[in-house]
Design a protein around this ligand. Structure first.
Ligand code: PLP
Length: 452
């Protein structure tokens, strides 16, 4: 058995971490997480930390669920792996597909499985282009995404996403994808009201469509609430206006539900929360509560029927598309969320409670805005509350706050100077109180540290 110090040394010597500044690990190295229970993770020093990020926005059902261990163990014994290529199938994948279609908006009756959210978005890109080609409209090949959107780390995923740093590293991007402004009122819209800004952002989509040529746009892709970009909650006017624009030019809607799906906003899907009927929905993360890797694309009837009736073979798939063990765990996870009324409890109980407690943090001297929807939240860190001026970039205020949070027993992620929150959906009101207290103390300490 390796000691924690030995593990840290090996980690530094051999492991290239995702999304980590390799140079920043320093002498201290990485924190070793050993086990987890409910909403808490534990590190090698035995420290208990409230996981305000549900892993990576995914452990919706919470840690330590024996039912999921049993589902995996049972399936590993029966049939650990088999594919569903070439006219074979197996019970876990069929049952999961049926369950997903029951939960999804009414126009969605088919699902394609992948191993991750990024692969789901790669799949979507190919499906959309194939759909329009089959419809005899190959000119419809532009896809509009949003600046700062996140759709994964594969080449297609990062191209659909609008994160400038990703485009710079390892480009060029997939051609035929363009990005419009995000509905980020606090950061970009304070020249006007949130409602007016929501309409401006929808207008930006229409302007881009007209620039590209009104017959040339295949689809618009967006997260119902932009997650990794900083929990960007759109103004209420945004989605209704976007829907109108897309309908006017016969453009498909891809709602990336990788974060918003499976209860995060207090509905099964973010699309349901915003009254959207997307044509395609990439899913992952909360689908299995992160216990095993699985993703997929829920496909609306319009696209599915064309692919099936006119398409023949879709020459696409992954070894782990519809992996039996991952599917069995995902199915059990969805059953548990349903049986225990987890999603309803988020909507009726936890979301309003979090909204109330979270809003109290807006009073803090270094918080410019505290926003939340469902169990997703964000705090905007500012140096001056009266003007909402940011801290000097060199201070890395968000990272300072993130590290202070971690050290004091709370995981919150920083996106620049936005602190984001996305706890497991099984959190209790008492644990929300604990979380808000920890966050407030971390903000105090951040303010003190940045003042020096
Ligand atoms: N789409 C969204 C909205 C995401 O937040 C993520 C991951 O954070 C992805 C896609 C990519 O999913 P994965 O990391 O499983 O490839």
């Amino acid at each position: 058995r390796h000691s924690p110090a030995e593990l840290k040394r090996l980690d530094r010597d051999h492991y290239l971490h995702p999304f980590t500044d390799f140079k920043a690990l320093g002498e201290e190295g990485s924190r070793i997480i050993t086990h987890a229970e409910g909403v808490y993770i534990f590190d090698a020093d035995g420290k208990r930390i409230l996981d305000g990020m549900a892993g990576l926005w995914c452990v919706n059902i919470g840690y330590g669920r024996e039912e999921l261990v049993e589902a995996a163990t049972h399936q590993l014994r029966e049939l650990p792996f088999y594919n569903s290529f070439f006219k074979t199938t197996h019970a876990p994948v069929v049952k999961l597909a049926e369950k997903l279609c029951q939960l999804a908006p009414g126009n969605m009756n088919r699902v394609f499985f992948t191993g991750s959210g990024s692969e789901a978005n790669d799949t979507v890109l190919r499906m959309v282009r194939r759909y329009w080609a089959l419809k005899g409209k190959p000119e419809k090949k532009w896809i509009i995404g949003r600046e700062n959107g996140y759709h994964g780390s594969t080449v297609a995923g990062m191209s659909l996403g609008g994160m400038a740093l990703m485009h710079e590293q390892g480009g060029p991007c997939v051609p035929g994808i363009t990005h419009v402004r995000q509905p980020y009122w606090f950061g970009e819209g304070q020249h006007t009201s949130p409602e007016e800004f929501g309409r401006e952002c929808a207008q930006a989509i229409e302007d881009r469509i007209l620039e590209l040529g009104e017959d040339n746009v295949a689809a618009f892709i967006a997260e119902p609430v932009q997650g990794a970009g900083g929990a960007i909650i759109p103004p209420d006017s945004y989605w209704p206006a976007v829907k109108e624009v897309l309908a006017r030019y016969d453009i498909l809607l891809i709602a990336d539900e990788v974060i918003c799906g499976f209860g995060r906003l207090g509905e099964w899907f973010g699309s349901t929360y915003y009254g959207l009927t997307p044509d395609l929905m990439p899913i992952a993360k909360g689908l299995s509560s992160g216990y095993l890797p699985i993703g997929g694309v829920l496909v609306g009837d319009l696209v599915a029927e064309t692919l099936i009736e006119e398409g023949g073979e879709f020459f696409h798939g992954f070894t782990y598309s519809g992996h039996p063990t991952c599917a069995a765990v995902a199915l059990r996870n969805l059953e548990l969320l349903e049986e225990e009324g987890v999603v309803d409890n988020v909507r009726d109980n936890l979301a309003p409670y979090l909204a109330k407690r979270w809003a109290e943090l807006a009073e803090h001297p270094i918080v410019g805005e505290a926003r939340s929807v469902g169990l997703m939240g964000a705090l905007e860190l500012v140096a001056d509350k009266t003007t909402n001026a940011r801290f000097d970039k060199s201070l890395s205020a968000g990272n300072v706050c993130r590290d202070i949070c971690f050290d004091s027993g709370l995981v919150m992620r920083s996106v620049g100077d936005i602190m984001v929150l996305s706890p497991p959906l099984v959190i209790t009101r008492e644990q929300i109180d604990e979380l808000v207290d920890l966050a407030r103390r971390a903000l105090d300490e951040t303010a003190a540290r940045l003042a020096h």
